[in-house]
Design a protein around this ligand. Structure first.
Ligand SMILES: [Zn+2]
Ligand SMILES: [Zn+2]
Length: 547
């Protein structure tokens, strides 16, 4: 009897229908691997949260099958969740290139020694159970980025990872299109393609162009101090700034912990070459024209070096008329306000700010529409799932795939928690697995959803604390009722109504009066009903004590 062909199972735990916290699970037979475990940064609707990470219950309940975590590259949205799950994954090997694991190690801190980090080079193939994974070089905004070919008994899954096709990359290492074409020619069952920039027409600009435009800023501002802010993780950008500083005789001060960390990690693994003597510890007695400050904070992050400088609170660095500040980045959607607040503050101090993309002082690390189409043409997958994007990005990427010859019946736009098996015979959707957001506020919260909802209510409506003492034998309130409000407009009239409602909810109700918990429930219900008439929904905390 012919052996039945195994099926490949793909489960999405993050990074689909959203930008951030990428995490995909690929299974075949008795083997499971995780591709990336990223973090997402909370917006204003999650007050006070440090981070959002994927819920990994599905992986935990299949832990026996887990062979490895495979990382495409070192950006936060691909590795940022790992430190929070360090305890769970400590026995699982984590594969990544030197820069990816160098950055991860820094994040893992003391836990790094307990984790099993395995460095791979571009072109390496690793055996994980019955699966094999090949790492294929792709260009991106940082070094060490790889696409993955996952070879299974059920067929090949090709994961593009974050990529662009840059024909003049800073380190000379291009996206390995010929290897990708070979893999495509051998037959790819399923492709998971990143969708970030599908809405941008044509092809992305080379990182090299940024260097040329930054050089013009050096030439045009010979006597001014330069402050350049960019993502610390953009080692190519950092490299270009260091080279230009060297060429134009400026000393570089690194501002921001992550900038220093990145320079250390990237130079240790050979992805950054720092010209000798160019980096100094402090501005000291250097003249403005001899100085360059390379800072974090291009996204207006509140604790970053640039933000602090804009407030005059960073290492005695006072921005003024002798400074030209360059934001070598574009605001990530959602960050615009913080970025423009920082820009306004810097202008107020009298410094010049160069920040818009018209100056081409930033290019994206993600492929544009034509590059995404070229990738589809080379890989020629039987089935296609667009990932790494909001629904609109995925939708348009799916449409691009149709234009490149993938039959529309073979394309699925996945969502978080969805699980599919794929084989030559077709694609099958299974019932959703437990998935979604896990919230981090210092630690991973057990019931983060409730905490977030409470904080939203507190922010919007405030809080009411209602205190009453009762005589349980008689089932009545003794003494008065106290009401304490925070963030809620408690007028005398409302306070009186609340007190009456509380007394009525106890004295006139017929719940089990031997159970003290029942009093609090009754009080909460009565107060909520009363307040809701005014369309107010504060958090109500009833405290009922036995007299
Ligand atoms: Zn990336
Ligand atoms: Zn990404």
């Amino acid at each position: 009897m012919a052996k039945t062909q195994k099926k490949v199972k793909v489960t999405f735990l993050g990074g689909v229908g959203e930008i951030g916290k990428n995490m995909t699970v690929i299974e075949c037979g008795e083997d499971m691997i995780i591709v990336d475990m990223g973090v997402a940064f909370p917006k204003d609707d999650c007050p006070g949260m440090d981070a959002i990470i994927p819920n990994i219950e599905y992986v935990k309940s299949n832990a026996k099958k887990l062979r490895a975590i495979v990382l495409t590259h070192g950006h936060e949205d691909h590795i940022g969740a790992i430190p929070y799950y360090a305890e769970f994954i400590k026995k699982t090997p984590v594969y990544g290139t030197a820069l990816t694991l160098g950055l991860l190690k820094r994040k893992l801190d003391k836990n790094a020694a307990r984790c099993n980090l395995v460095t791979v080079a571009e072109g390496d193939v690793v055996q994980l159970g019955a699966m094999r994974v090949e790492f294929i070089k792709v260009a991106h905004s940082m070094a060490g980025a790889c696409a993955l070919a996952v070879y299974t008994d059920g067929g090949t899954v090709f994961v593009t990872g974050d990529f662009k096709i840059d024909n003049t990359p800073i380190d000379g290492k291009k996206t390995n299109l010929s290897r990708i074409a070979q893999i495509g020619a051998k037959g790819v069952l399923l492709m998971l393609g990143e969708s970030t920039n599908i809405e941008r027409k044509g092809s992305s600009t080379s990182e090299m162009v940024v260097g040329q435009n930054l050089e013009n800023i050096f030439i045009g501002n010979k006597n001014k101090r330069l402050v350049i802010a960019c993502f610390a993780s953009s080692n190519y950008r950092v490299q270009q700034v260091l080279n230009l500083a060297h060429k134009y005789n400026r000393k570089v001060v690194l501002a921001g912990k992550s900038m220093k960390g990145m320079v250390d990690v990237a130079s240790a693994c050979g992805e950054l070459s720092v010209p000798k003597g160019v980096i100094v510890d402090s501005v000291g007695k250097l003249l403005p024209g001899e100085t360059l400050i390379l800072a974090t904070g291009s996204q207006g992050e509140p604790l970053s070096a640039l933000h602090q400088m804009s407030k005059g609170e960073f290492n005695k660095i006072n921005l003024g008329k002798d400074d030209v500040v360059v934001l070598s980045s574009s605001p990530i959607p959602g960050n615009e306000k913080s970025v423009y607040d920082v820009i306004n503050d810097i202008f107020r101090k009298g410094a010049e700010v160069i920040y818009d993309s018209m100056n081409d002082i930033h290019v994206s690390g993600h492929a544009y529409e034509e590059e995404l189409k070229l990738m589809l043409t080379l890989v020629r997958p039987e089935y296609f799932m667009p990932v790494h994007g909001e629904y609109r990005h995925q939708f348009k990427h799916a449409r691009a795939a149709v234009s490149q010859g993938v039959p529309s019946k073979n394309i699925v736009i996945p969502n978080i928690g969805e699980c599919y098996t794929v084989s030559r015979k077709g694609i099958k959707k299974h019932s959703n697995v437990e998935a979604g957001n896990a919230y981090v506020d210092g630690v991973v919260l057990e019931d983060g959803e409730t905490v977030v909802n409470d904080r939203r209510s507190l922010a919007q409506y405030g809080m009411l604390l209602v205190l009453a003492a009762v005589d349980v034998d008689r089932g009545v309130v003794v003494g008065g009722v106290d009401v304490v409000a925070r963030g809620f407009n408690l007028t005398e009239a409302i306070e009186k109504k609340i007190k009456n409602a509380v007394v009525d909810s106890i004295n006139c109700a017929d719940f089990d009066k031997s159970d003290i918990d029942e009093y609090a429930k009754s009080v909460k219900k009565a107060v909520r009903k009363l307040i809701a008439k005014d369309r107010q929904y504060p958090i109500i905390l009833p405290v009922v004590v036995q007299d």
